[in-house]
Design a protein around this ligand. Sequence first.
Ligand SMILES: Cc1ncc(COP(=O)(O)O)c(C=O)c1O
Length: 411
Amino acid sequence: MADRVTHDPQIAAIIEKETSRQEQSLNLIASENTVSRSVLAAQGSVLTNKYAEGYPARRYYGGCDYVDQAEDLAVARARKLFNAPYANVQPHSGSQANMAVYFALLNPGDRVLAMDLSHGGHLTHGAAASFSGRLFEFAHYGLTHDTQIIDMNQVADLANSFRPRLIVAGASAYPRIIDFQSFADIAASVNALFMVDMAHIAGLVAGGVHPTPVGYADVVTSTTHKTLRGPRGGLILGSDDLAGKINSQIFPGIQGGPLMHVIAAKAVAFNEALAPGFAGYQQQVVENASVLANGLMGRGYHLVSNGTDNHMVLMDLTDRNLTGKEAEDRLGRAGITVNKNTVPNEARGPFVTSGIRIGVPLITSRGMTPDAVRQVAELICDVLDDAATVHRVTSEVRDLCRQYPLYPGDD
Ligand SMILES: Cc1ncc(COP(=O)(O)O)c(C=O)c1O
């Protein structure tokens, strides 16, 4: 795996322990994944030593010949992967990608329509605690009461009454396909700009198992570390006419020197996503999520929208005598890592919640296929049904983890 930290035993020990934790637990956090050794190597390379404020061939520092080549490659591969005319690979994170786009397209106080946080949206989509909610005026749409899919009638009504400058589609906790065409039509009907934040589903889009927002949205933002299976970071895609504005909002607008080691690792990850096996991986992700959903529902658990089309499910525990926090803690004791999550019309606070979000990208990267995923679904239900099973489930989790190593071949 990555080079050992030889001169700092304290940090070396922490990395060792975290490596074991990752190897010996079933990580079902929908926004996490495991990267290839090549991505790890690029990110741990000497490119971290280099300052390169600016963009390729237009830097504020000398010595940028090779990092320019890395960034050019990352941009070219991102454009090819998503069939996009323009890409900026410098955002340090998904939040910074969103911030730069808002700053490029909006003035402070402008109106934005986005998905409600408790219905699956993200903090940067106008939550009061985020810069987005402080600097812009947001209205929020959510899910229908009955089918629990995005309420496109509400989106259209709010677009008409609220008259946003920008409409945002994309979510952190939404298990269904998003209809980009309908969003684009609504945005056009009220003369609003349209942005898609595909952070969660970027890998599915690249693998052809979720429709692409490119071509429908004026701008697309993303992270590179979730289903896309790259290093932790952000990405912006769009048309050439917005390139100048967006580039200058990333640098010098909100960032300084780009993380060239991360940009090189993004290039490696994009190349992996362009390779033939990637589509198969994403197909497996979607199949595994559907197997998981059926397993959980078969044991009587309610899932938001009654299932999934993508890489995650959202379990609603409102009708159980269990909060999201208790479920997360209990599963954690059995070596199964999930995160508590708000559910539509949530009655509890964000630190307690009534749901958990469960995703399969990482266990799919470990090689799990439906048989193993069915077993995972049973183990989750056993633990949620009865805390007395934790001990037995822990040992089954360990066995599964041994069968599906994070980095096969490592000792
Ligand atoms: C939809 C969405 N957008 C943006 C982000 C922010 O990404 P980051 O954590 O890299 O800032 C996330 C992360 O969870 C997300 O789910």
